[in-house]
Write a protein that binds this ligand. Structure first.
Ligand code: BGC
Length: 745
């Protein structure tokens, strides 16, 4: 019996009871100060002010260290902790490993574009293996914030606008990072962040307050987090901003009522960086002491970097404001994770292992595969793509064409040296006999440089006078004139999306569109490759450039994967996980909105804004292929279903093209009437299928209470109405193949 259980989970997974017993044994021997040390996460990088990490650790003042990426130093600090500190408890080393440690995968928004959760799971498995070999135990990922505002820079870190796709990607990433249980060998503990609602910041401005009614929180923003809990995520991170006037890092509704009471989360919560101290800035806590009290009482186990816990918790216990039992409760899940990670048995990392692990050829192969699966073909007029390999004279133009940083994208781990294959390199290796000339054109840069740019190699060095830019523009034009075909590589630098990297406009930055127009005016075939971390309003390109490939920030093997697609070795099959608005000022724009007074018919242009269409430039779920597909024969297993029961929805998808390819079949529903107004459409199922020319497959979805219920404002709880539903199945969120379903009581 015991044996069977172990083989199913994992050979060395400890039982709950065993872990709890060991936790109590350790807790019993700790002083109050040593316990508070466990609740403290310390910045390990040299830029941290104050006492040296070594000295704090020696006194037992830290349970975890972040912002350090140095295998040797991990062992040095760990030795101090387990041999010299009073409690001798090993440290947890944590870092943001968001889309790869050394082998960089596509950014999470790109991986979501694969509509294939196994892509994200495989990628994060590799990321975890490398990170663990480097000596890390814990990553601050996955980022699970639904983002419906393309101006918000952190849209790049998540899975886009949709809770159904987001939940699938959340669970997959947790499985990838953690393996079958938190503590699996060659894996790291995952952290679901930022709980919750961060993606709905006012105006898309990072850190600005969020106002979300409970229906939005529960129907849209919570599902990826709940999916992460169900997948066994070990830790959560509380968000920075105010949620409905209560800071997320002091929010007991989020961190206690929902996370622990409703969802049964047993792991621990770390605040976002300095977020506990920020409770004072937010006008919530009176002072740092009050901040420590309110964060701990709300459910934040560990203070990331703001040091409020070691400063104040002991005093709060001594004066009776907190009980020592409150501290014990916060410490327990932290010790439990350390036990599960096997750190008491093996606190050190083998310093030779990382070099072997990162050299594994399958890691680069996985990165190339993930990048291929993630790209979205937005336009292919006249079948310009795929290109022929007998091209003789190609120009590759644009500021990102040979940029390793832009190819790997935002959120590199500390001290990472970009090592991506660029688009230029990828194209050159596909065309060994051809002349492939390159000209960057004018450089692009952020208008306002942030302190985070120090972490992005080269970001601050991008300076060019207008005269130099003009020369670069003309050189690019000369290069384009001499070529038979031009591949433009445009978009955003790595520092243009991510934390503190929101924008008011979604246009191509700098002179890129001007250059694009001038090159297209030469009358030669032009293919546009986009490298970017958010939707861009490429309205002109969408009408005038025959071929557009959305490659996102595709990672270490990005250039090769792009060339694989451009030259037809791989057929693109990704779909957009976000709506592309026509303007930044249209954001937030998303498909699953409620229909209101004026329907989306002839009124659309006049009633929403009179100065132009507000329809998306590209809808959610959209993406082309070198093949064509038809989706037919939609069937619902019964025209009526009882509340709580399920029906099967099937449709046939056929490859009507001449090459093999992938289609993502998508199921949308709409509740026509009921307790509350419901969105025009909501994604409730999807499947990416590969089909040979002429081949047909039947795709089956299940619709039951989980898909047809909602959290109701009117009822104040989750309900399933007995009402009529529209069902659509198709290749994007504008699907027209329709059926009806009646839910009866
Ligand atoms: C970010 C988090 C990140 C943390 C640690 C914060 O600024 O919001 O996403 O995990 O820093 O680096």
């Amino acid at each position: 019996m015991e044996k069977k259980k172990n083989t199913r989970t994992a050979p060395s997974a400890l039982s709950e009871a065993e872990v709890a017993k060991r936790v109590e044994a350790i807790l019993g021997r700790l002083s109050l100060d040593e316990k508070i040390g466990q609740l403290t996460q310390l910045g390990g990088a040299d830029f941290n002010p104050g006492p040296k990490p070594e000295d704090i650790i020696r006194k037992g003042g830290a349970g975890s260290v972040l912002w350090l990426n140095n295998t040797k130093k991990f062992n040095i600090l760990q030795k101090i902790s387990v041999e010299e500190s009073p409690s001798k408890i090993p440290l947890l080393f944590a870092l943001d490993v968001i889309h790869g440690y050394r082998t960089i995968f596509p950014v999470p928004l790109a991986m979501a574009s694969s509509w294939d959760p196994s892509v994200a799971e495989r990628a994060q498995t590799v990321a975890a293996r490398e990170a663990r070999a480097a000596g890390l135990h814990w990553t601050f990922g996955p980022m699970l914030d639904i983002a419906r505002d393309a101006r918000w820079g952190r849209i790049v870190e998540g899975a886009g606008e949709d809770p159904c796709l987001g939940a699938a990607m959340a669970a997959a990433q947790v499985r990838g990072f953690q393996g079958s249980y938190p503590g699996s060998p060659d894996h790291v503990v995952a952290c679901a962040k930022h709980f919750a609602g961060y993606g709905a910041a006012d105006g898309g401005r990072d850190y600005d307050p969020v106002y979300l009614p409970e229906s939005q929180l529960r129907n849209v923003y919570f599902p990826p987090f709940e999916a992460a809990v169900k997948a066994g995520v070990g830790t959560f991170m509380s968000a920075y901003m105010d949620l409905n006037d209560v800071p997320a890092s002091g929010n007991r509704f989020l961190l206690h009522d929902v996370l622990r009471e409703e969802w049964g989360f047993k792991g621990f919560v770390v605040s976002d960086a300095f977020a506990v101290a920020s409770l004072v800035v937010q006008g919530f806590a009176r002072n740092r002491r009050d901040a420590a009290f309110r964060a701990l009482s709300a459910g934040v186990n560990m203070d990331m970097a703001s040091n409020t816990y070691p400063e104040n918790l002991a005093g709060l216990v001594k004066d009776g404001t907190l009980k020592e039992a409150d501290i014990d409760a916060a410490v327990r899940p932290i010790l439990a994770i350390k036990i599960r990670m096997g750190l008491f048995e093996q606190p050190y990392v083998d310093e030779l292992k990382l070099a072997q692990v990162v050299a594994l050829p399958e890691h680069r192969k996985e990165a190339r595969f993930a990048a291929q699966r993630s790209m979205v073909l937005l336009r292919n007029e006249g079948g310009l793509l795929p290109l022929k390999k007998d091209l003789k004279n190609v120009a590759v133009i644009g500021p990102l064409a040979d940029s390793k940083e832009a190819t790997e994208g935002s959120w590199m781990v500390f001290e990472h040296k970009p090592a991506a294959v660029t688009v230029l390199e990828g194209i050159r290796s596909k065309l060994p006999g051809a002349k492939v000339e390159y000209a960057p054109g004018p450089k692009i840069r952020r208008d306002i440089i942030s302190e985070f740019d120090d972490m992005i190699p080269g970001a601050k060095k991008v300076v060019q006078t207008p005269e130099q830019a003009e020369i670069a523009f003309q050189t690019a034009m000369d290069t384009a004139r001499k070529a038979d075909l031009i591949i433009m590589v445009l978009g955003e630098n790595a520092d243009m999306a991510g934390e503190a990297a929101s924008r008011a406009s979604l246009d191509l930055p700098g002179r890129q569109e001007e250059l694009l127009k001038a090159v297209v005016a030469l009358g030669k075939p032009v293919a546009l490759v986009l490298l970017n971390g958010r939707p861009l309003s490429i309205n002109w390109a969408a009408e005038n450039v025959p071929a557009i490939l959305e490659a996102w920030e595709p990672g270490s093997e990005g250039g090769n994967a792009i060339a694989d697609i451009l030259f037809g070795d791989v057929n693109p099959g990704g779909k957009l996980p976000v709506t592309f608005p026509r303007k930044g000022s249209h954001a937030p724009l998303y498909y699953a909105r409620n229909l209101t007074h004026a329907p989306e018919s002839i009124q659309t242009y006049r009633s929403r804004y009179w100065d132009g269409p507000t329809t998306p430039l590209y809808p959610f779920g959209f993406g082309l292929s070198y093949a064509t597909f038809s989706i037919t024969n939609l069937k619902v297993s019964a025209s009526q279903v009882k509340v709580g029961k399920t029906v099967a929805v099937t449709a046939d998808v056929t490859n009507t093209g001449s090459v093999a390819g992938d289609e993502v079949v998508q199921l949308y529903v709409h509740q026509k009437a009921g307790s509350d107004s419901r969105p025009m459409r909501e994604l409730k199922g999807f499947e990416r299928v590969t089909l040979k020319p002429g081949e047909t497959k039947t795709v089956t979805f299940t619709l039951g209470s989980a898909e047809l219920n909602h959290w109701s404002t009117s009822a104040g709880k989750r309900i399933q109405d007995a009402e009529s539903f529209d069902i659509w199945v198709g290749s994007d969120s504008l699907a027209t193949l329709h059926a009806d379903l009646k839910v009866v009581s």
